[in-house]
Design a protein around this ligand. Structure first.
Ligand SMILES: [Zn+2]
Length: 377
């Protein structure tokens, strides 16, 4: 299968080229027009497939529901926004609920029928209750290393990222345990000051969870977790690009402050993404989804997670926020792949890489998504 376009994203720029795919991989890159293409995308943009490392669910499904039918439906729908790889994300929950959710995810890991599951992100339960946000406080607890060791013993192959409030892990026992086993520790839902973040980073924290949201804010005399994400230019940091969790101007400042490989766009999407406005369950809590896509805990102004689609987030960054397109595109593709240490086969259009591609029109609408060389319906 050979496809071509006058705008293919190769090594941080758009070039005229052809891509040959075989058996799920990119096997050749040719000059534009060199071979007879099977599909000519004209001026449409071909980008590496998007990777979402922080997403709870969509289309009525939440990872904590542990329902394989809902999970498979979600995987298929993700292709429609250009996402080809993702980490189903668990909010704070009981150990039993975490286990049933992880068992369900495991059943779908090798599924070729939709966006691929690259592991899971445990967003909790070891968070600071003062920065719980929409997370259910009854399940938030101090890091419990024996509890986590048991989870690791049974699900270590699935757990890729754990969001931890470093100040709750007073001796950094959990942080070091994860670091030593290749699990990414991301600081989030945290009241830490800058000195605490510096120390946590020294001990193994290697990412910041949804910068600006549910963390100590930037103050010019104590820059907090938010300031740490800006100050540590090279530290991978998630950002929710829905324009609601973080304003377009703050998105601009964030991307401007980060070095090219550090920003990581996430959706942090909820089960109500893709559904009409109304009231929905989020764990044991009720969420009100408004017409503008904002979801709040019922009768509060607490944002509960987004309904962001990846192609729309990228459009917002480039069109509305004046973000450098190279950084914007990298934050959806190669940067999350690098954080997961899978950039040797994911996140860029290169020979031998997985044939994960998204084709966008000039309005950033998805024309086609190729996942492991398979065209989505
Ligand atoms: Zn989340």
């Amino acid at each position: 299968m050979i496809i071509q376009s006058r705008q293919i994203w190769i090594r941080d720029q758009f070039v005229k080229a052809q891509i040959e795919m075989n058996d799920g991989h990119i096997i050749h890159l040719f000059d534009y027009g060199e071979k007879q293409p099977d599909q000519d995308y004209g001026d449409a943009c071909i980008l590496p497939g998007f990777i979402d490392i922080h997403t709870h669910g969509a289309y009525g499904y939440d990872t904590l529901q542990a329902d394989i039918t809902g999970l498979k439906h979600w995987q298929k729908q993700l292709l429609k926004e250009g996402v080809t790889g993702f980490l189903p994300t668990l909010a704070a929950a009981s150990v039993d609920n975490m286990r049933s959710s992880l068992d369900t995810v495991r059943k779908a890991v090798n599924d070729q029928n939709g966006a691929r599951i690259l592991g899971v992100h445990l967003e909790g339960p070891y968070l600071n209750p003062d920065y719980a946000g929409a997370q259910d406080r009854q399940y938030i607890r101090r890091p419990e290393i024996t509890e986590f060791e048991e989870l690791y013993r049974d699900y270590g192959d699935l757990i890729r990222i754990v969001t931890v409030a470093p100040e709750m892990d007073t001796e950094h026992t959990l942080i070091c345990f994860c670091r030593d086993r290749g699990i990414i520790v991301s600081a989030g839902h945290s009241a830490a000051n800058y000195a605490e973040i510096q120390k946590a980073v020294k001990d193994g924290v290697s990412s910041i969870t949804h910068t600006f949201n549910r963390q100590s804010p930037f103050h010019h005399r104590e820059i907090g977790v938010s300031g740490a994400a800006l100050r540590m230019h090279d530290l991978p940091s998630e950002i929710i690009a829905d324009g609601l969790h973080v304003s377009p101007d703050a998105l601009h400042i964030f991307y401007h402050a980060k070095s090219i490989s550090a920003p990581v766009m996430v959706s942090d999407s909820l089960s109500c993404k893709g559904l009409p406005a109304g009231e929905y369950l989020f764990g044991d809590q009720i969420v009100t989804l408004k017409d503008n896509g904002a979801a709040y805990l019922k009768d509060t102004d607490t944002l509960a997670g987004s309904t962001l689609k990846f192609n729309e987030g990228l459009r917002r960054l480039i069109r509305d926020c004046e973000v450098d397109p190279v950084k914007a595109i990298r934050s959806c593709t190669v940067n999350p792949a690098q954080l997961l240490k899978e950039d040797d086969h994911l996140g860029s259009i290169e020979i031998s890489h997985d044939a994960d591609l998204v084709i966008l029109d000039q309005q950033f609408e998805v024309i086609h998504t190729w996942c492991k060389g398979i065209l989505s319906e």
